[in-house]
Structure formats: C-alpha cells, structure tokens
Write a protein that binds this ligand. Structure first.
Ligand code: NAP
Length: 341
C-alpha cells in the first residue's frame, strides 16, 4: 500500500435540514450550535435550561426561536425534530430518557452516560420507542477518521499489532468545576480518556482485556490514567489521559505493512500520515481546513433521521455500550465510584 483512501464523509452542508432542541445550554452547546449554524442547513429552534434567563440569553445569542425554563418544556416542543443533550455526564441518562419518553430522537454528548448500566437504560428506551439515538463522540464522524476506518476495513496496514493514543488537557485544578466534582461524574476518564479509548476500540475491533492504573484528584475523581488494552486478536493498545497537563494528543495505528500517525489533536480534523516500516512517509491526508468539526456528527444524525434509521453504523449503540463497559472497568481498577452508584 502506498497511498491513502479519500474520505467518504459527505459535506455537512449536504445533510437534510432538521430542527434541533437543546437540553442544557453550557459550553459545548455553544460550540456545537455555532458549528451547526455555520456549516449545516439545520438550526437550533428551541433551547431548554434549568433557568429561563439562561435559556433566553442563549436564544438571543444564536437566534433561537423558543427558550424554555425547564427541560420538560423543551422536550414537549412539537416544533423540534431531535434533542441534543449537552448536560454533565451525571445527567445524561435522565435527560436522554426525558427526550425519548417525549418521542424525540436524541444525540447525547460523550461520555454517553456515567456507566454501562445507565447506557443500557438509554439504549433500551431508544429501541423500545424505535427512535434514533447516538453518542456525540464527534471524532468518529470526521473525514480523517474515515481515512483510518477505510485503511482498517481494507486491511491496508497488514495485521494491526499496536495502537497508541493520549489525551491530556490542563483542566485541574483551576478548570471547570464540573471536572472536579464526583457528583457530576467529573474526572479525566469520561471527559478526556474516552477519546483514546474510543479510537482504540475502533482500531482494535474491541477489547479482550483492560488494565488501568492512575492517580486521583483530592476531590476523589480520577486525575490521570494509563490504560493497557489487548484486542481479541492479541493486538495491544497503550492509552493515557490526564487533566493535569497538556500532552501531545497523538494517535497511531501500527500494522505489519504500514502505520498511520495523527500527530497533535488526533481527535480533531487533522492530517493522517501513512508511514512504511522503514519510517518513510508514503502519503498524507490533509483536512480541507482547520475547522472545528462538531457539525459532522449533527449532519450524520440528520441523514439517519431522514432515512428512518435508529442508529449509526459509524458508532453503533452496542459499541457505545462496550466502550462504557471498558470505562467502568478502568474506573473500578482506579477505585473511583460516583455518588449513588
Ligand atoms: N465534544 C466536545 O468537544 C466536548 C467538549 C466539552 C465538553 N463536552 C461534553 O459536553 C458535556 C457538557 O460539558 P460542558 O463543558 O458543556 O459543561 P458545562 O459548560 O458545565 O454545561 C453543562 C450545562 O448543563 C446544565 N446542567 C444540568 N444539570 C446540571 C447540574 N446538575 N450541574 C451543572 N450543570 C447542569 C447547565 O445548564 P442549565 O443549568 O442552564 O440548564 C450547564 O450549563 C459533557 O458530557 C462533556 O463531556 C464535549
């Protein structure tokens, strides 16, 4: 193999226009709405907050038609086609169920829930109601990930033997309070490590074993972890994450014929390099622009909705569940339990 396949990812602009309602207008909801409005035909037409003034401020900023002072009112709005849940991890299950029980398809921020049991509750409800549900692990839907996906699907790297990925950001202490709080299911694992874990799960085709060690923050959430995984075929994954410092955020997939490297912010639209066993670069995929990329998942969701589908092939619900099970195993080995678990 000497060249990389072109990404098959459609332009988000070509996706059908749908009307979104947002549960929880916080930090990521702002970034997501800005990306949605800038690069797709879909619009946020309603927003719900626990406080009317926060919903109204968000609506004013983004030109959203209706603002509600409760999530219950938001999900009852007949003028929305889908709900985006952008609350802290601790609330995802209840907010996703609220939307599904109101008959609304749901896009749920990563990590999908606090744990696998909660993920199963949401998945079961979505299937019971026959409604579309998807984890907003936005990296999965980006063009450069489709280059990686095709290399794996076509066996272009030979036998995959080793995967590496890390994600560190300086977010504690001094960052958002949410990350320090066990009651909100804070910690590096669900916010940051989920990216290398999800990447490795795709590249390795699942995990047969998961081993983790790490350190905890004073508040009891995990601060840093290193995770060693082995795939069903015996390939290894070396994954790490921390909320104490910025790390390279690089990822690689090494096979017997060639390896792929995504250096720096592997989880954002980025360059993928194809490298031979003698360390010669054979080809590279360059993203069209240094765009943020949050709209790709929304575009995938809109396409699935129009097609009457209930889940995405790019991140099936059973895979979301298996990833949550792996995160549960990591947390058990680190000795982190969230209140009420
Ligand atoms: N894809 C990405 O790049 C990315 C980046 C950052 C975060 N995320 C994910 O997005 C989710 C939210 O993160 P964020 O950084 O946007 O959080 P955030 O800024 O704290 O916003 C979360 C919002 O949730 C609402 N909320 C509901 N119940 C709450 C509670 N018990 N405590 C606090 N807030 C509560 C609040 O809005 P109201 O009170 O106004 O309703 C709050 O503004 C997480 O799942 C996180 O992992 C994804």
């Amino acid at each position: 193999m000497t060249s990389l396949p072109a990404p098959r990812t459609p332009d988000p602009k070509s996706a059908p226009a749908i009307r979104w309602g947002i549960v929880a207008p916080g930090g990521i909801a702002r970034d997501w709405t800005a990306a949605l409005h800038a690069t797709t035909a879909s619009r946020v037409t309603a927003v719900g907050s626990r406080a009317q003034d926060r919903a109204q401020a968000f609506a004013d900023e983004f030109g959203v038609e209706r603002a509600y002072g409760s999530y219950e009112q938001l999900v009852a709005d007949d003028g929305i086609d889908a709900v985006y849940v952008a609350s802290p991890h601790s609330e995802h299950r209840d907010h996703a169920l609220l939307a599904l029980e109101a008959g609304k398809p749901v896009l749920v921020e990563k990590a999908f829930t606090r744990n696998a049991a909660e993920a199963k509750d949401v998945i079961d409800a979505a299937r019971r109601h026959g409604l579309l549900a998807m984890e907003a692990m936005w990296t999965r839907f980006l063009p450069h990930l489709d280059v990686v996906r095709q290399c794996l699907e076509q066996g272009l790297l030979g036998d995959v033997v080793a995967v590496e990925a890390d994600h560190g950001q300086q977010l504690y202490p001094g960052g958002p309070q949410r990350l320090a709080d066990p009651a909100l299911a804070g910690g590096a694992l669900l916010d940051l490590a989920i990216y290398p874990v999800s990447f490795a799960h795709l590249a390795l085709g699942g995990f047969a074993t998961v081993r983790a060690t790490g350190t905890l923050a004073e508040t009891g959430v995990d601060a840093s972890e290193t995770i060693a995984v082995v795939s069903p075929t015996g390939a290894i994954g070396t994954l790490s994450s921390t909320m104490l410092v910025k790390t390279p955020c690089a990822a690689s997939v090494s096979g017997t014929a060639a390896r792929l490297e995504v250096n720096g912010w592997f989880y954002r639209p980025n360059t993928v390099r194809l490298i031979d066993p003698d360390d010669r670069e054979l080809d590279r995929h360059e993203p069209p622009a240094r765009e943020h990329g949050l709209a790709y998942q929304a575009a995938e969701f809109a396409r699935l909705l129009e097609q009457g589908r209930t889940e995405s092939d790019l991140l099936p619900l059973d895979e979301t569940l298996r990833i949550m099970q792996a995160l549960d195993e990591v947390r058990a080995q680190l000795g982190v339990r969230f209140p009420g678990e």
